[in-house]
Design a protein around this ligand. Sequence first.
Ligand code: ATP
Ligand code: MG
Ligand code: MG
Length: 351
Amino acid sequence: GMTIGILGGGQLGRMMAVAAIQLGYRVIGYAPAGDNVAASACDDFFENGWGERDALAAFASRCDVVTWEFENVPLSAVEAIPEAMLAPHPKALGIAQDRLNEKRFVEELGAVCAPYVRVENDHDFARAVERVGTPGILKTARDGYDGKGQWRIGSAHEVEGIRFPGRACIYEGMVAFETEFSVILVRGRDGDIRFWDSSANTHDGGMLVHSVLPAGALVEAQVEQARKIAAQTAEALRYVGVLTLEFFATQSGPIFNEMAPRVHNSGHWTVEASATSQFENHIRAIAGLPLGGTATRFASVDMRNIVGEDALAAHEILNEGGEPHLHLYGKRDARDGRKMGHVTRVSHEAP
Ligand code: ATP
Ligand code: MG
Ligand code: MG
């Protein structure tokens, strides 16, 4: 049988590994030492740094195909693995690792973005706020996730209160959106593309906390346009696997925010509520298997993240009604409001 390699050791890798094991594959993970919760779902796990080229080569030599669960794997590490083994193609990582690159790339394909300006220093920052206006958000161009590396600016005088992070950033206008949604698609090796339904996503402090279906009339009215952009992005990248694009639904149409070249938190509900989950279809795509259906099997779906200390409430959650499907990631501690798990509820009744 085939051996699948996964770069990164977080919960996305863990759930990907579970799907791969179910399909009869061997799974080997690779990530720097840390709280690698994917390790317990893998047949073997390399705890080595991203800079250890020999270890990366040894890892790759045991795999047939290598994928990632984390888009900030350094490109230099990915380049230590033979290109033909990688799926998706590493070009997708290069683009998605930089907010300016990803916005330009998807804009070229016809997407609308919030106004944004590249910012290198304090001086640029003040000028960017003048040009784009307030409210807005300063984001590090690279390495951010779950809202980390972001500063919200309500009015121009707040600029002075922010110590510029000393690395390339982007300043973008705040979008007055009605709903956030993501387009999650899978593209097979033969170019077959399938979409899951788009849930309405709610964030708290920049971190996803809640996804629900149905997503409401506004999202439903503009999901087709957003899918077109997502499909063009996947095709332009000759993408293989699951790709996510995040959008803001506004009265004037969908505004593209960012992409994630991987399975996505807003697709966790697909495990219980879709014909085939995002994790299984990602594995099927990279393994060259036929893709599974992506239809939603319930009238309503509700996925809530368990963040930080809330993990202690597992017993309470299982005692609640609505047949909760509880997923805990086995993280060692709940510091810094980390994502500790999630709960999905499905219903044949519309809300
Ligand atoms: P992720 O964990 O999804 O990778 P991230 O740290 O890369 O998150 P973003 O997705 O850019 O960050 O921003 C996090 C959240 O902050 C968004 O989902 C949205 O709720 C809010 N946000 C970001 N940019 C804007 C914007 N321009 N206008 C309005 N809200 C925004
Ligand atoms: Mg992001
Ligand atoms: Mg995001």
